[in-house]
Design a protein around this ligand. Structure first.
Ligand SMILES: [Zn+2]
Length: 446
């Protein structure tokens, strides 16, 4: 399409033109007006790195991947090189897992070319997002790693847990993966647990088992929002995506102290993860418990307290619950889920599966967690509520969504931002999970 790329000639000659040249060129070529770049954002993460270009109007773009070395070349049409685009160059972080550097230039009077020098081969997904919420027109370039040879093993590597139990093949894969990464210590990040034999990579022989085997329990924690999607923002600027991640990490630290519990976070950094992918992660690791963590917001600033939601098959339990589910389900549009292969597959896989039994189990889990939250603070609603939350749709996993407090309430916003309160909420959910595990016979001791 664009000549010279394959030879790398034009890349070498690529030069950053002064802004005035771009603007003048538009006038000379008679193009009515160039689109204006409003903001450029970079979201480096281990899952994938995202580049967002936000504009005042829609523009056309094309891209191609060039190898030896790995590069992604993107041409933006109908646009002049302006200041926000230039700033993209300085926004690349040295520790970005995928991008080494970006070069920006006015390729022709009406085309700006971005060249991403990559650290590794990527599977790029580029798409446009129509204006929504606080955003105008967005171009999004997601740089995913080319598919891992074994996606399950990759997931398991991110999991934090106690030592593997004799009847736990997944735990053994996990330990082997950790041992490979860190031969000196086969279970990093795991506090020493008194009374538990040190793990061995090989499966112990059945004859070594003494007494009844306590089954391993997998808890998946889902901090809401992330990356482009800040979630609700309090009057003092506290962002839902930050406080829920902090609480999820505190809860994880608490849970992995239990010898037979392992924990996976759907995100443990500031990255946008589509709702269907969060559900797919929980299913991939056979989660016993899925807990999505959020902070509520409402126009009425006096609204306060924690609440717990589960899925509903037919209609919401209240207008407020329906309103909230619609709001949380917009995360994919606000955060910018690509409609490309992966998400579409995951979404269709989840549809039309029966959820009746799941809802029953989720109610037991929800009530247990609500009771835990009631012990440490005020409840917004004294019973669990139901609505069609997309993130709770794993048909085989008890799933709840916890609105920990109202970030729109000035007093609760202050609390949510404090480490002490985050710890209290983590402790409350922890107690609820324990209560649930005991009630369902999954765990009897702590
Ligand atoms: Zn939320």
């Amino acid at each position: 399409m664009r000549q010279g790329l394959g030879q790398g000639v034009c890349l070498v000659q690529l030069r950053v033109a002064p802004a005035a040249v771009g603007a003048a060129a538009f006038m000379q070529t008679g193009l009515a007006q160039a689109a204006t770049v409003l903001a450029v954002r970079l979201w480096p993460a281990n899952d994938y790195t995202r580049v967002t270009i936000e504009l005042d109007e829609a523009i056309q773009f094309s891209h191609r991947v060039v190898e030896n070395p790995h590069r992604l070349v993107v041409d933006l049409a109908g646009i002049a090189l302006d200041q926000p685009l230039r700033e993209l160059v300085a926004k690349v972080r040295a520790d970005d897992p995928f991008i080494d550097a970006v070069r920006v230039g006015q390729y022709s009077p009406t085309v700006v070319r971005l060249v991403f020098d990559l650290k590794t081969a990527v599977d790029p997904q580029l798409f446009k997002i129509a204006p929504i919420a606080q955003f105008r027109y967005r171009l999004v370039f997601d740089l995913h790693p080319t598919l891992a040879a074994d996606p399950l093993a990759a997931l398991l590597k991110k999991m934090q847990s106690g030592p593997a139990q004799p009847n736990d093949p997944i735990g053994q894969i996990l330990e082997q993966a950790q041992a490979k990464d860190n031969p000196a210590a086969s279970t990093p990040n795991v506090p020493a647990t008194p009374g538990v034999a040190s793990p061995t990579p090989a499966a112990p022989k059945p004859t070594q088992r003494a007494g009844p085997v306590v089954r391993l329990v997998t808890v998946v924690l889902d901090p809401g929002h992330g990356g482009e999607d800040p979630g609700a923002i309090g009057a003092a600027g506290t962002r839902e995506k930050d406080v829920v991640l902090a609480m999820a990490k505190k809860l994880r630290a608490r849970l992995i102290q239990l010898p037979n519990v392992r924990v996976l976070l759907t995100r443990d950094e500031d990255v946008f993860i589509p709702l269907a992918q969060r559900v797919a992660t929980a299913r991939a690791v056979n989660a016993d418990v899925f807990i999505s963590i959020h902070a509520d917001a409402f126009e009425r600033r006096s609204a306060r307290g924690a609440s717990v939601y589960i899925l509903s098959e037919k209609g919401a339990s209240s207008t407020a619950a329906r309103w909230l589910a619609n709001k949380e389900n917009r995360a994919d549009q606000i955060g910018g889920a690509s409609l490309m292969h992966r998400n579409r597959e995951v979404a269709s896989m989840l549809m039309a599966l029966s959820t009746a039994a799941q809802i029953k189990d989720s109610a037991v889990l929800g009530k247990a967690v609500l009771a835990g939250l009631g012990d440490v603070g005020r409840l917004h609603k004294s019973d669990i509520e139901q609505a069609g939350f997309a993130v709770l749709k794993a048909p085989d996993i008890p799933s709840i969504l916890v609105e920990t407090a109202f970030i729109s309430n000035p007093e609760e916003e202050k609390k949510l931002a404090s480490q002490a309160y985050q710890q209290q909420v983590a402790e409350a959910i922890f107690k609820g999970i324990q209560r649930y595990l005991r009630a369902s016979g999954l765990r009897s001791k702590s």
